[in-house]
Design a protein around this ligand. Structure first.
Ligand code: C5P
Length: 229
């Protein structure tokens, strides 16, 4: 297995817990690579929509997941540009509709197996910060540090709502709240790789913390473990 050759720090948790912002920042501080595994599920959801694939056609979904032509380009800020088949799909993958479809695709073991293989390829020198739902439990079980970030549903819904408003999306807080709750439930209750903390994960509740405070707290843990560049 690839893990073991480089340090992997996993960052799991439900939607809106702040994993993306915090993960990018920690990866920068460590000069590590960063994996947004949710972007792979979201990109597959966009591919399914574009290619008009039936969500019940598991054979075709598996093929699409194996051959998913996706690439990432780091932006100067904290964001990433995501390309599918050479086309910038960053706008589409940020949509809540895409996230909902991604969480349905994430139920299928064929899809998960294909995307898990993809995700392991990101564990290259000098190290990796991997953000998702099953990074510590399934994809990188030998990670040097496993973090599980949570926050109350109210806080997470408000954070997500703000993000969508900033993007100019026409959304309401109750609708975003309902969508998050539905997705959390689907992610936590699925039979394959459900959203659960790894038994050896350190949990942090970010409800009353700013992103900077979370980054500082996690960096303290990272330094305490002797994980450096
Ligand atoms: O993290 P993000 O919100 O982008 O993920 C979108 C969906 O992709 C999640 O709701 C989940 O169903 C799925 N996902 C997953 N495993 C991961 C990352 C994301 O099942 N490691």
């Amino acid at each position: 297995m690839i893990v073991g050759t480089v340090n992997v720090v996993t960052l799991d948790g439900p939607s809106g817990a702040g994993k993306g912002t915090v993960g990018v920042s920690i990866a920068k501080k460590l000069s590590y690579n960063y994996l947004d595994s949710g972007a792979l599920y979201r990109a597959l959801a966009v591919a399914v929509e574009r290619h008009n694939v039936d969500l019940n056609d598991k054979k075709l979904l598996k093929k699409l997941a194996i051959n998913l032509d996706i690439s990432f380009q780091a932006e100067t800020g904290s964001g990433m540009t995501v390309f599918l088949e050479g086309e910038d799909i960053s706008g589409d993958i940020a949509l809540e509709r895409t996230a909902a479809r991604a969480s349905v695709l994430a139920l299928y073991s064929e899809v998960r197996t294909a995307l898990t293989e993809r995700q392991r390829l990101f564990a290259i020198s000098p190290g990796l910060v991997a953000d998702g739902r099953d990074m510590g439990t399934v994809v990188f079980p030998d990670a040097v540090l496993k973090l599980f970030l949570t926050a109350t549903i109210e806080t997470r819904a408000k954070r997500r709502y703000k993000q969508l408003l900033l993007r100019g999306d026409n959304v309401s807080l109750p609708a975003v709240w309902r969508q998050l709750q539905k997705r959390d439930q689907r992610d936590s209750e699925r039979s394959v790789s459900p959203l659960v903390p790894a038994t050896d994960a350190i949990k942090l509740d970010s409800t009353n913390m700013s992103a900077e405070e979370v980054v500082d707290a996690l960096m303290d843990m990272i330094v305490a473990r002797g994980i450096c560049k």
